[in-house]
Design a protein around this ligand. Structure first.
Ligand SMILES: *Cc1c(COP(=O)(O)O)cnc(C)c1O
Length: 326
């Protein structure tokens, strides 16, 4: 590990802006809130947090001489859409293996997927193991055709992909220094966990200034924390950091998931409306709105105090607003 230099393609438009949300802070009569605009990370097919990961993953794909990329996700996966777009840009074939059956309505990210890539397969199953199996079958098929496939795991959350957010942590730290922000709350949505894992590696390496909290939109804290712990350690090892990541170092709150992944809660709808109307900012119904619902509730309950400063990682995904998910 760490033998090859960790190169990236430079596809991500970074540093992404760190902007204050004055009107939201005023409305809450509370904390100073900034957004880290990961939604603006790319000039390809709407950006989002997957662009940084793909920047590193696809650099490796090219190094290995891959002719095709294969990845998995739900029918409204932002990661799948971003992968299709980045592959198009690089002239690589892309195969998306999506969960379940083809929906009757092609909308939101799925509509973009069809625009970006011809080869979309529905796996029938939606569980992670089943999707991985289906992706491996597709990879086998591509190998037989002589196209060397590069398989990207769910959400791009391999150590190399997640490591992009170790770099993003350093990026935001430099920006905060320039704005005099010290020891903020950093708030991030958690899906496959790579984003939080990468940030956590940076945060722990920095001696844990302020707080770093992830709001899960999918698995319980008990399920996902050990995986993030493992991944954060792998990122630290990849970058040669001498930290030891323990589960107790990580905070994942799973109380804002509601009935399930991708099912909007009333609080999440409220958060979308609040940010749209006060700031002209579009959250997405699957990830960022649930994390924002958690943040707003923390403020209401006084867990985050009026003198605190918050940096909210706005990870993208607003394309899903234009689907019946919302
Ligand atoms: C994938 C995604 C996340 C979650 O990132 P992970 O690294 O999978 O935890 C958050 N927000 C949006 C919009 C995403 O697409």
């Amino acid at each position: 590990m760490g033998q090859q230099p960790l190169s990236s393609l430079g596809m991500a438009r970074i540093p992404t802006p760190l902007e204050p949300l004055h009107r939201l802070s005023e409305y809450l009569q509370g904390p100073t809130i900034y957004v880290k605009r990961e939604d603006l990370s790319g000039d390809i097919a709407t950006g989002g947090n997957k662009i940084r990961k793909l920047d590193f993953l696809l650099a490796e794909a090219l190094q290995l001489g891959a002719g095709a990329v294969v990845t998995t996700g739900g029918p409204q996966s932002n990661h799948a859409r971003a992968t299709a777009a980045a592959a198009a840009r690089l002239g690589l074939a892309a195969v998306l293996v999506l969960g379940g059956e083809k929906p009757s309505k092609v909308e939101g990210n799925l509509l973009l997927d069809y625009l970006l890539v011809a080869d979309i397969r529905f796996a029938g199953v939606s569980d992670q193991a089943g999707l991985n199996r289906a992706a491996e079958e597709v990879a086998g098929e591509l190998r037989q055709k002589g196209l060397k496939p590069y398989v990207i795991p769910l959400g791009g959350s391999s150590p190399r992909g997640a490591g992009a957010f170790y770099r993003a942590y350093r990026e935001v730290t430099a920006q905060m220094g320039g704005k005099g922000i010290e020891s903020p709350w950093q708030v991030v949505p958690v899906g496959s966990g790579g984003t939080l894992a990468g940030l956590a590696a940076g945060w722990l390496n920095d001696g844990k200034p302020g707080k770093l909290i992830g709001f899960s939109v999918w698995e319980t804290s008990g399920e996902i924390t050990p995986r993030i712990c493992h991944l954060a350690q792998a990122v630290a090892d990849l970058y040669g950091l001498s930290i030891k990541v323990g589960a107790a170092d990580l905070s994942v709150d799973d109380r804002y998931i509601g009935p399930g992944y991708g099912i909007p809660t009333p609080e999440c709808r409220q958060a979308i409306e609040t940010l749209a109307r006060l700031e002209g900012i579009l959250l997405d119904p699957v990830y960022t709105a649930k994390a924002m619902a958690g943040l707003l509730d923390y403020v209401r309950r006084g867990i985050i105090g009026p003198r605190d400063t918050v940096v909210f990682w706005l990870t993208g995904g607003a394309t899903a607003l234009l689907s019946s998910l919302f």
